[in-house]
Write a protein that binds this ligand. Structure first.
Ligand SMILES: [Mn+2]
Length: 383
């Protein structure tokens, strides 16, 4: 039996840091579009169903347009979809899952979607789903605890699949969810009766990750943030083929379309801006309208080169869906520029001011920053 495992769709994620309204809409829309790519994989793999291991929506109160678009995209999937609530869209009173608008849209547009809102087994023809839904944003207890003491003999030879959302180990100071202390929603897989289970579909970690022979995070199908180190592989779903009492065969399938890049580049007067342009166009192959870039620039540039850089940056700001720039370049006027500013027999006052600004530029702090800016303006005026 084969099914697809996905999680962390986070439909309606606002992407508020993308200033341009059209680009922001495009990035948001891509999260809906990814479902059609998941659907194509479902057909190709002859998947019996699709599991969503939490955080289908980005918030417990998504707007109506997001609810409608999501339900329509799920309805187009042609296979049953089973989902549990995660920390972003937790269940319980007042949750999206209880709102009349969602209930109506699910019925009208996504009759193939089943929400698993309770920790209780759901028997399908070929498998038993064992959901561990989150009913609060921060669950202090382990949502998988109920599986430690149930009678598995009732399920016979059906494949047993756990669906859970949370942290299984300390991946870093704050887990994967920047708003969450890693201690919340902790899943103690070591305490589960592993031999009674066949697959554990995990959500919350946005990269794909295998935890043990039977437990995997699928990651988010469409990347939603800049890379977090090697080994974090978002933009995929998992095709899982599994039988009772056998280790699952898990195949990652690519679904992501947006490209989130991270790059650090050091500029120098000698190398000029060509090295940066080459890095952006040939190395990263940017410019397809699907790229977002976090760029850190180090090094030193002269006054004219810095102005050229600004124009290059504004071009890339237009081309990219987002350019997040960490500008750490210091100004280092070239010999020519220094001469042009300070050796002015025709304007001794300008020469004097330029001398003072140059001295101030070489210091640290705010006054140096102001001096650099003043020097550039002075240089521009004299050109
Ligand atoms: Mn989550």
């Amino acid at each position: 039996m084969t099914f697809l495992h996905t999680a962390d769709w986070q439909m309606g994620k606002p992407f508020a840091r993308i200033e341009d309204e059209q680009k922001r809409a495009l990035v948001r829309q891509e999260r809906i579009h990814v479902l059609s790519r998941i659907g194509a994989h479902a057909q190709e793999q002859k998947a019996e169903f699709i599991l969503v291991a939490g955080d289908l929506f980005d918030s417990p109160s998504p707007d109506k347009a997001t609810v409608s678009a999501t339900c329509a995209a799920i309805g187009a999937l042609k296979v049953p979809v089973y989902a549990i609530p995660g920390n972003h869209d937790h269940g319980g009173p007042g949750s999206v899952w209880e709102q009349p608008f969602f209930i109506n849209e699910r019925q009208a547009l996504a009759p193939n979607l089943t929400l698993l809102l309770q920790a209780q087994a759901l028997e399908l023809d070929s498998a038993v789903l064992l959901p561990c839904p989150l009913l609060h944003q921060h669950e202090t207890g382990d949502t998988t605890a109920w599986l430690r003491s149930i009678d598995f003999s009732a399920f016979g030879t059906k494949t047993r699949i756990v669906i859970a959302h949370g942290t299984v180990q300390d991946f870093g100071p704050t887990g994967d969810d920047e708003n969450e202390p890693s201690i919340a929603n902790y899943l103690d897989l070591a305490r589960l009766p592993m031999e009674e289970l066949d697959y554990i579909a995990l959500g919350d970690w946005h990269g794909m990750k295998q935890i043990n022979a039977k437990s995997w995070y699928s990651g988010t199908p469409e990347p939603d943030r800049f890379p977090r180190g090697a080994g974090n592989l978002p933009g995929q779903i998992l095709a899982v083929t599994v039988e009772r009492s056998q280790n699952p065969q898990v195949t990652p399938l690519s679904t992501g379309r947006l490209r989130w890049h991270e790059m650090e580049h050091t500029l120098s007067e000698e190398a000029g801006l060509t090295s940066l342009e080459k890095a952006l166009t040939s190395d990263l192959n940017l410019g397809t309208g699907l790229d977002l870039l976090r760029l850190t620039l180090n090094g030193q540039l002269g006054i004219s080169a810095l102005t050229e850089l600004e124009s290059l940056i504004s071009t890339w700001q237009a081309r990219l869906l987002r350019l997040r720039l960490h500008q750490k370049i210091s100004i280092a006027p070239t010999e020519e520029e220094i001469t042009a500013l300070t050796q002015r027999t025709d304007a001794p006052l300008i020469a004097k001011v330029a001398e003072q600004l140059l001295t101030q530029c070489r210091t640290e702090g705010e006054s140096a920053e102001i001096a650099r800016s003043a020097l550039r303006q002075l240089h521009a005026t004299l050109k």
